[in-house]
Design a protein around this ligand. Sequence first.
Ligand SMILES: [Zn+2]
Length: 137
Amino acid sequence: MVHFSTDGRPLPSPTPITAPYFDGLREHRLVLQRCPRHGYFFYPRGRCPVCLGDDWEWEELSGQGTVYSFTVDRAGHDPALASRIPFAIALVDLDEGPRLVGNMVDCEVGDVAVGMAVEAAYEDIDNTTLLGFRPVG
Ligand SMILES: [Zn+2]
């Protein structure tokens, strides 16, 4: 379910499974679940997508990574975000292995590049924090 910020942007509605992820973001920490058998990190869900085990634990990641790929929204496909165009949405390979998606911040969309070194950026909106990425170096 989606609700909207006071400036009109869609915000996530945490569930019991995803709440620790969003609680971490609110503390400006990036945490994901990690399977104890093979070290696989994954998005919040009830079971490890590799072995289906449910004995995962939350683990903090560095937030450091590199841009795997990206796209730029110049058309305002989502009316709620049309006032923010153009903006870049990046797939980021974190140093610990998992690939996350987030908006690029603190840079021009024309400067985003595959292989660019980035770090997690935390944007506080109302009582929610969104994960983005900014260039480093
Ligand atoms: Zn597993």
